[in-house]
Design a protein around this ligand. Structure first.
Ligand code: GDP
Ligand code: PGA
Ligand code: MN
Ligand code: MN
Length: 612
């Protein structure tokens, strides 16, 4: 079986696969270093994908799912040590340490390269080296953002095909102008000796996710997990793109993009930044519970935004797929995601399997199956005292399978953003929704955003940490410079068109410990209030932190929520905020001189207002 596949791969290899001199040279260098058995240029075709996924099935990496319920879909189960992004091992190797800032790990790029050269020497022995030309965003953009990922993982090739536009069409376009591309090198770090049998999920305990911001290049070693290995996503579209954005005057942000149409048929667009596993994909695919408001989606994780000629902020989603948290995604909470998944063509990682060859995870259905095979391959029944799916298990699904995808998703000009939400997971303190007084006070809200850690990154879950603009793990340069960039960029705007900024929190708890706000589709009520604030319709009460909904201004029609719960979800509590101040002070001290003066002024103002 594998021999035929090998021969096909060899036969399809062209002697001169590209006229792009720089690319050809880089591929040659990498192949000389990593010493793969063969080099294969990914064309992105359906036939190629069928061949590769079959190879993954034969290798035991992928399990084909029940064709009737999950057509052309597969489940993958990672090594239990390789289930999330590894922030500890993620580096920004700028030439100067200062430019990486206090939020990033840094190592001298010369030293780091020496280290990586050692790790990559022979790292692809016994494997195929795949060359994946890709573009983030539209191929028709004024300056398409090209990348080329080299990887020795077929799982990465199959997943990149869902998450980005890849293959020959992209390569040909790059060749036209000898375009710049971000070189993104990846290896699972598990070379095979002659005759050595591969494991289902090759990886290495030694993991390195490294960015060279001046060169705009990426090197990733040892992990097969999405955020560490699908290099177009977090590594390029956030970390490297944030550096490009700083230099070129735009924004690369960890944001969903959605379109709202009001009952008067007026379109609005909202971008929202929440940390990983804090509700972006769910809000992006919102099924509104209020009448006459329509929601369409444009993106669920990353927004590239720039000011247009009229001084309006425009956003595009550079991705082509969803890499969504599976647990909690269900027919009752997120039917739009479920419908997209049900169309097939998806790769699930670390979910549980049902006895009829389907997949399941906590929250997918109201009823729990009586028997499952858990993500570690063990028998599972509801009595088992552990989740069946890993808390960070994921579905990887083409975005165009979403029925409510906005037609504007493919527009390289993007959509005009009217409101920006910042949000996190806080049990206390942060009310359901607060409107910022101004752009600067909104940037203050973003800069002090806090959230409990989740299973999306390796490490302890549930610790409150500051996560500026939900970008803490993704800012590719000095965090103070990043806040300065946010502070200054509004100068490019027409003040009339500057988006309004809101702070939201779906996760506040009642005294009994449950969520005070029902969330999910009910979040449409918060969006409605935000839009009605833009329209000058909704009433608000001014508090020291900003404007919160006045009694009766949130549409609660048809919602069963007690007075107490509503109060618990929405109230501003001065004591809680006074208790919050020392943490914000401490956080701001970490920035040293690079903290924008305007944000220091905002904090002083808040402190004074809270003292009254
Ligand atoms: P993302 O990683 O930011 O895209 O977050 P997701 O939308 O995938 O959600 C992460 C987790 O939070 C999932 O388990 C969701 O079910 C849960 N979640 C999302 N939105 C809400 C909400 O409004 N309320 C509550 N209680 N949970 C939510
Ligand atoms: P998320 O994306 O924001 O949907 O969790 C993946 C990640 O941030 O690792
Ligand atoms: Mn994310
Ligand atoms: Mn998501």
């Amino acid at each position: 079986m594998t021999t035929t596949v090998d021969r096909q791969v060899k036969d399809s290899a062209q002697p001169n696969p590209t006229s792009h001199a720089k690319l050809a040279q880089w591929v040659e260098e990498v192949s000389a270093l990593t010493k793969p058995d063969r080099v294969y240029w990914v064309d992105g075709s359906a036939e190629e994908n069928a061949r590769l996924t079959q190879e993954l099935v034969d290798a035991g990496t992928l399990t084909p799912l029940n064709q009737e319920t999950f057509p052309n879909s597969f489940a993958a189960f990672s090594d239990p040590s390789d289930v999330a992004r590894v922030e500890e091992q993620t580096f920004i190797c700028s030439v100067e340490e200062r430019d990486a800032g206090f939020t990033n790990n840094w190592m001298d790029p010369v030293k780091m390269k020496a280290k990586l050269n050692g790790l990559f020497d022979g790292a692809m022995r016994g494997r195929t080296m795949y060359v994946i030309p890709f573009v983030m965003g539209s191929l028709d953009a004024a300056e398409p953002k090209f990348g080329v990922e080299i990887t020795d993982s077929e799982y990465v090739v199959a997943s990149m095909r869902i998450m980005a536009k890849i293959g020959t069409e992209v390569l040909r376009k790059m060749e036209e102008t000898e375009a710049f591309f971000v070189p993104a090198l990846h290896s699972v770090g598990a070379p095979l000796a002659q005759g050595q049998k591969d494991v289902a999920w090759p990886c290495n305990d030694d993991k390195w996710i490294v960015h060279f911001p001046e060169e705009r290049s990426i090197v990733s070693f040892g992990s097969g997990y999405g955020g560490n290995a699908l290099l177009g996503k977090k590594c390029f579209a956030l970390r490297i793109a944030s550096v490009m954005a700083r230099d070129e005057g735009w924004l690369a942000e960890h944001m969903l993009i959605l379109k709202l149409t009001s009952p008067e048929n007026k379109p609005y667009h909202v971008a929202a930044a929440f940390p990983s596993a804090c509700g972006k994909t769910n809000l992006a695919l919102l099924d509104p519970t209020i009448k006459d408001w329509k929601v369409e989606t444009l993106g669920d994780d990353i927004a590239w935004m720039r000011f247009g000629a009229q001084g309006e902020l425009r956003a595009v989603n550079p991705e082509a797929g969803l890499f969504g948290v599976a647990p909690g995604t269900g027919w009752s909470t997120n039917p739009n995601a479920m419908r997209a998944i049900a169309k097939g063509n998806s790769i699930f990682t670390n979910v549980a399997m049902t006895d009829d060859g389907g997949v399941w995870w906590e929250g997918m259905t109201d009823e729990t199956p009586e028997h499952l095979t858990d993500w570690k391959g063990q028998d599972w029944t509801p009595e088992a005292n552990r989740p069946a799916a890993h808390p960070n298990s994921r579905f990887c699904t083409p975005i165009d399978q979403i029925d409510m995808l906005s037609d504007d998703y493919t527009d390289p000009e993007g959509v005009k953003i009217d409101a920006i939400l910042f949000g996190g997971r806080r049990k206390t303190t942060v009310p359901l929704v607060t409107q910022a007084r101004s752009w600067t006070s909104g940037v203050f809200m973003g800069s002090t955003l806090s959230s409990e850690t989740t299973a999306a990154a390796a490490g302890q879950v549930g610790l409150v940490r500051r996560d500026p603009m939900a970008m803490l793990p993704f800012i590719g340069y000095d965090a103070g410079d990043y806040l300065n960039h946010w502070d200054r960029i509004s100068a490019k705007a027409d003040p009339e068109q500057l988006p309004q900024i809101f702070l939201v929190n779906w996760f506040r708890r009642t005294a009994e410990g449950g969520f005070a706000w029902p969330g999910f589709g009910e979040n449409s009520r918060v969006l409605k209030w935000a839009i009605e604030r833009l329209e000058g319709k909704a009433e608000a009460v001014e508090t020291p932190i900003g404007f919160i909904p006045a009694t009766g201004s949130l549409d609660l029609s048809g919602l069963e929520l007690s007075e107490d719960e509503l109060d618990e979800a929405t109230r501003f509590d001065a004591d809680e905020w006074r208790a919050e101040l020392p943490g914000i002070e401490e956080w701001y001290e970490l920035f040293g001189d690079s903290l924008p003066a305007s944000l220091r002024t905002e904090l002083d103002g808040l402190t004074q207002r809270l003292a009254r």
